[in-house]
Ligand binder design. Sequence first.
Ligand code: AMP
Ligand code: ZN
Length: 471
Amino acid sequence: MKLYNTLTRKKDDFVPRFEGKVSMYTCGPTVYHYAHIGNLRSYIMEDVLEKYFRYAGYDVKRVMNITDVGHLSSDGDTGDDKMLKGAKREHKTVMEIAEFYTKAFFDDCKKLNIKTPDVVVPATSYIDEFIRVIKVLMEKGYAYEAGGNIYFDTSKLDKYYVFNDFKEEDLEVGVREGVEEDSNKRNKADFVLWFTKSKFEDQELKWESPWGLGYPGWHIECSCISMKNLGEYLDIHCGGIDNAFPHHTNEIAQSEAYLGHEWCKHWFHVHHLNTNSGKMSKSSGEFLTVSLLEEKGYDPLVYRFFCLQSHYRKSLVFSYENLDNASAAYEKLTAKISGILDGSGDVDKAKFDELKKNFTDAMDNDLNTALAVTAVYDVLKADTNNATKLALINDFEKVLSLGLIEAAKKFSDKNSGENEDIPAEIAELLEQRKAARKEKDFALADEIRDKISALGYVVTETREGTKVTKK
Ligand code: AMP
Ligand code: ZN
C-alpha cells in the first residue's frame, strides 16, 4: 500500500516494522467542548485507515490519548488552558468537564461508525509516566529548568523542524503577532514539558513533581502514552494537519531524545475541513457539531459519506449545499442497493475478485476513498447477479462503514406498499399495525390486519417489508 508520509513528503510503501502487525497512534480530542465536525473529519479518515489495515490482514493495535490537561489555547505555550476555560464557562470542575465531553466525543464517534481505538488513555492518568520521562530528558541534557518550568532544549537536536522549513525568524513573527514571549526559553522553539510557574494560579489540577507542584505540557502526553503502550518503534502516527507543527514536531523531539533512535516512520495527516469563511471554530460562527446536523435532519452517516467523497490530503469546504448534495447521492445509492438486497444467485468468485480490485487499487493508492466509493457504484452497474453484488458491498463496508445495507433496508421498508394508491384509512391502519408489531403486540397486529382485510386489502410481509394490495 502506498501512503503519503509527511516526514518524507512523498507516497511511501507502508511497511510496518513487524510483519503482519501495525502499531498506530492517534492524537485524541481535547475534551473541553464538543468536537466540531472538522475534528471528526480527522477521526473518520483515521478510522478508514485503521479499518483498511485490518481489511488488508494486519493485526492492528491503535492507541489514543484524551487531552484533559495542559492544552493551552495557543500551541506556543501561551494563552489559557482550554480545560480550565471550559470549566469556567460551565461553572463545573475540570474533571466534570472532561468526563462529560469525553462521553460526548465517543457518542459522536458511534453515530459516525468510528470504532473506538483499542487503548484510550486520559492524560491525567499517566502523570507518573510523564514525570519519569521528563527526568530522563533532564539527565540526558535535553531539558532544563528555568523560572520554575521545565523546557525541552531544541538546540540539542541535529534537526528540529522535521516536517517543514520553519525558521526561527518565522516564529519571531508569530511571537510578535501573538500574546507574549516566554523569556525563560533559551531558544525560540523550546517548549514546556512541565509547568510549575504559570500565570494560571487557579489551575485546578496540579501534581507533585521533583520540580514542584505543577502539571504537564501538552506534547509530552502523546509521546509517553504512545511509547508506553506501543513500544520504542511506532509504525504510524495520525492527526489533523495543524498538529504537524508544533505538536508532532515536539513529540518527535522528545521521543527520539528519550529513546536515542528514530521513533515513528510514517506520519499521516488529515487536512482541514473549512467553512466558506475559513477555519472551522468552536468559538465563532456556527458551532458545527454532529448533534446540530441531526437537529437539521441530516443522518450523521451522510456526513461520513461527504468526507469519504474527498481525499484526506485536500482541504474540504463544508456548506449545507455540499451536504445536501451528499445526502441526495447517499439516498440514491441506498435506493439502488435496496434493489439487490434479495442477494439472489451464487457468488461469482471471478467477478467478485475483479470488482474488489477496483476497491483495493483505490485504497492502496494513498487511501483514495473517493475512488473507493466509485467502486461501490461500479458493483451496482456490473453485469453480475445480486449475490455477488451484495457480497462485495458487505465486503467494502468493513472499511467504508457507511451503513449502506441498513439504509437500503430502511429504504425498502419505507417504500414497500407505497406503490399502490391506498386510501388514507388503510394507511392509518397500517401505521397502527406497524406500531403494534414494534411493541411485539402481535395479537393486536393481527386484529388490525383483519380490519384491513375486511376493507378489501391484503397485507403481506415480504423480504423488502410490508406490502399492501387490493383484493
Ligand atoms: P483537538 O480536540 O483540538 O485536540 O483536535 C482534535 C483533532 O482534530 C486533531 O487531530 C486536530 O488536528 C484535528 N482538527 C482540528 N481542526 C480541524 C479541522 N478543521 N479539520 C480537520 N481536523 C481538524
Ligand atoms: Zn498528540
